[in-house]
Design a protein around this ligand. Sequence first.
Ligand code: PLP
Length: 232
Amino acid sequence: MTRAEELAGNLARVRERISAAAVAAGRPADDVGLVVVTKFFPASDVRLLADLGVADVGENRHQEADAKAAECADLRLRWHFIGGLQSNKAAAVAAYADVVESVDRPKLLAPLSRGAHERDRAVDVLLQVSLDPPEHGNRAGVAPGDLAALAEAAAQTEGLVLRGLMAVAPLGEDPAAAFDRLAQIRAGFLTDHPDATTLSAGMSGDLEQAVAFGATHVRVGSAVLGSRPVVP
Ligand SMILES: *Cc1c(COP(=O)(O)O)cnc(C)c1O
């Protein structure tokens, strides 16, 4: 089997899971988008995925994403940055990312705005909400109690378009319970920002639960590309 055939089969299975989950949730089969997370995999795979109709790809490390986006600049893909973001890298990320999904603190807004300005194009942002219990401390994502202030600041930042929310279900918890909390957080958020309807939630292992609780797109890596190499 060629790599193209392998990716085509995996992609078909993932698309089938997504549409089945949408239908099970009483939503249209094509209601939920797919971002294929290509981190750790080469630009050649991104190219094969583009040939298979993938329009959105996700990356979580700036250097790798920057290089891959440059190598694939001819493909007209939408690049989603989904990883932890340092404020000194944020402007550089905004130079190639079409969507920055991991905005979790006000300090990132000015550099992202600067990057968008340099590129002369607005950048879509999602606010990453932490679903971890507060005692977990420093996990990625804004605490739900701080979301409203961050959203207000993001909405007022020139060059950024607030599109919605992103979250990752905590390890060791039933993802349905976590995404249920997320749906409630989102309902409150939408009363202040009714146009920011994007909800990025769900990965290879929990996309069905995320779709059941309103995800508008899922971020799937290993179910499409295979297992990632273990980082030493
Ligand atoms: C790696 C990653 C994914 C994809 O995870 P899989 O389990 O491989 O589908 C999704 N979201 C984020 C934020 C990630 O870092």
